[in-house]
Structures are given as structure tokens and as C-alpha cells.
Design a protein around this ligand. Sequence first.
Ligand SMILES: CCCCC/C=C/CC(=O)SCCNC(=O)CCNC(=O)[C@H](O)C(C)(C)COP(=O)(O)OP(=O)(O)OC[C@H]1O[C@@H](n2cnc3c(N)ncnc32)[C@H](O)[C@@H]1OP(=O)(O)O
Length: 394
Amino acid sequence: MAMAYLPWRLAQRWCPSSLQVTSFPAVQLHMNRTAMRASQKDFENAVNQVKLLKKDPGNEVKLKLYALYKQATEGPCNMPKPGIFDLINKAKWDAWNALGSLPKEAARQNYVDLVSSLSPSLESSSQVEPGTDRKSTGFETLVVTSEDGITKIMFNRPTKKNAINTEMYHEIMHALKAASKDDSIITVLTGNGDYYSSGNDLTNFTDIPPGGVEEKAKNNAVLLREFVDCFIDFPKPLIAVVNGPAVGISVTLLGLFDAVYACDRATFHTPFSHLGQSPEGCSSYTFPKIMSPAKATEMLIFGKKLTAGEACAQGLVTEVFPDSTFQKEVWTRLKAFAKLPPNAVRISKEVIRKREREKLHAVNAEECSVLQGRWLSDECTNAVVNFLSRKSKL
Ligand SMILES: CCCCC/C=C/CC(=O)SCCNC(=O)CCNC(=O)[C@H](O)C(C)(C)COP(=O)(O)OP(=O)(O)OC[C@H]1O[C@@H](n2cnc3c(N)ncnc32)[C@H](O)[C@@H]1OP(=O)(O)O
């Protein structure tokens, strides 16, 4: 193995002289909300995988890995606090100590999750030309890149107007979980092609399992709830770069973003009543707050389509740019945001989101439960059949 990998491997094994810490992570580790399933074997595999990483993942990630490894193997921090001038050991001690009484099993799971989030991008980095984006492979419906402190998640079904099929729901969740743990400062969602996204892929309703339509509706409600939960809990600033028309769930989710930049060609349309459906993505709560109850009613119940300018006037969109200069202007701005101190950015997001999180989860749960019923209704079935048989379009 090349010498260049050595410092990182040694740092993971608690070698004070090898860890070049330039900043101290002050953030509490994001607790993994998934069930604790990682076995000892999974953990050992992850430890071995770390040795194979081809690229230094950065000091913040290394400290997280170190802390989780110690917590998983030894339990809560049991070392005396290093002196204030012993910078490297103090950073390590702080990271470990910050885990408090996190159980060993949870630490093991978080370690495994963190390593798995690192692996795809690091593997692929070896295949990418120097100077180009770090591109995550393994996605069928997305292009995910990470560069200049920005992780970009791009919907990539342009021939279907970036309609979100079941696979894409899962891939977006996967990409968000990875982005929450990578070393980027902000995460951006955008679309490839002329649409941002035409919302839920209506063929999602056609693949009926053996348990029939009831089971399908239930499965979709579970998936939708988990999907929206990922946006509620996302720990870094989440920014939408709305490159064209947005429909349905791709609009409602914007209420959970931290900033929304749109080109002047974008439109915002939530035709739920027309489709026999009801609001999701927490929009029944966020939209009335953002734009006033009456304006939200026009969109969510009566299906009024907004131009980008109207959506901006109503607070759903942060700023609108001419289509011709959209990409250049927005990415210049985002790159400047991504240079801000990471911990301050993350902590500020947490302060802003914290008092709303519980409420948002409750709203999400209720919306999904209501939708589960709507998907079984004749109104919804007819709307989907009409679209699929080419009898209707928005
Ligand atoms: C787990 C489940 C969670 C469910 C969560 C619920 C969310 C609610 C919603 O999101 S509601 C919104 C649903 N979306 C729609 O109803 C949009 C339907 N699409 C259209 O009306 C039109 O396609 C259009 C107005 C978006 C674009 O029209 P245009 O004429 O420009 O383009 P085409 O219609 O020819 O589209 C090109 C191909 O893309 C396919 N397509 C587009 N959108 C969807 C979609 N949402 N679902 C499935 N397929 C879609 C379209 O069928 C064309 O495919 P083809 O080339 O194979 O014919």
C-alpha cells in the first residue's frame, strides 16, 4: 500500500503524531435513527474497509471514526483529558467524550454506516480524472457529485421529466444519508434536463403486490414517510436549485429546504385534488406558514400553478434568476456559502430546525396516513388510469 495512505490508517489506530487536526469538531454526532443491526462481523468488515480507503476523508470524519471506534470497542471515554496544548490528543478526546454514554452497539452501527457512506465516493474517486467532480457510482436514477464543499444530488430521469419512481425514492434517501455524513458543507438538489421534477411517478401505483392494492397503498405510505423524514432530519443546509417546472412532491418538499433558487422558467404545481390525492411533504403545515393559509389553499387544494416570480413573492422561493445566467449565478453563490465554517453552519441549521422537528414528524405521519386512504379511492385510481392511458396530462 502506498505511503500516502499511512497517516490516515495510523490516525485511526490512535497515533497522535499522525493526525493533522486543523479544526475541532464541536458538533454532536448525528445519532443514527435506524435500527441497531450491525453485527460484530459487520463492524470488523468496516474496520477493514477503512484500511482500504484510497483517499484521506478529512480530519472531521477521521475524528468521528476514531470516536465511534473507541466507543464501540471500549465504551464511554475513559482517558484523562489531555492538556490544552496537546491539540491533537485533545481533539480526539473531545470527539470520543462527546459520544457520552452512547451504547457500544449504537456506536458500532454508526461506525458501519459512516464507513459505508464513505466507500462509494472514495472507491470512485480513483476512477475519476484529476480535477473533476468526485462522482458516486451505483445510482440508477441520480447523479451525485461532491466538490468544493457541495454535495449535489441531481435527479437523472430527464426523459421522464425526472418523475420519482420507487427506486429514486430509495436512492435519494441513500444519497441524503451519505451527504449528511460526508465532508460537504451544503447539499443541493437539482434536476437534469428541462424539468426539476414532475413529482411522483404515476406508474408507482401500477405494480401491485400479492396483498393487493391495500398492501401497495400501505407500502407506499411507509416509503413516503421514511422519505420525508430524511428531509426533516437532514443536518446540513439543504438547497434546491430548481432548473425547470416542479410538480407534486418535488414542490411540497421545498418547504423543508433551507433555500430555494429557481430559474424564471420554473413553475410550481401541486394538483392534488385533480389527482384525487392530498398534500404531503409536510406542506399542509409548512405552506400555510410560509405563504399564508389562503395562498396555500389556492395551491394545495385548488391546484393553482405558480410562476417562479409568484412563488418568490409568496416566500416559497428565495430568489429567481434569468434562465440564461441561472446556473452560473447560483453555483457562484453556493460555492461562497460552502466556504463558511462547517460547524457554525451545521449548528445554526440545528438551532433553526430543532423546535420544529417533532411537529414536522407528526405532520408527516398524519399526511401519509391520509394519503394511504386517498390512494385507494376511485378519484385517485381514475386520475392515474387517465394519465397512464394518455387521456389526461396536467
Ligand atoms: C411512494 C409513493 C409516494 C407518493 C407521493 C405522492 C406524491 C404526489 C405527487 O407528486 S402528485 C404529482 C404527480 N405528477 C403528475 O401528475 C405529472 C404527470 N405528468 C404530466 O402531466 C406530464 O408528463 C408533464 C406535464 C409533467 C409533462 O408533459 P410533456 O408533454 O412536456 O411531457 P410528456 O407528458 O410527454 O412526458 C415525457 C415522458 O415522461 C413521462 N412522465 C412525466 N411525468 C410523469 C410522472 N409523474 N409519472 C410517470 N411518468 C411521467 C411521460 O409519461 C412521458 O413518458 P413516455 O415518453 O414514455 O410517454
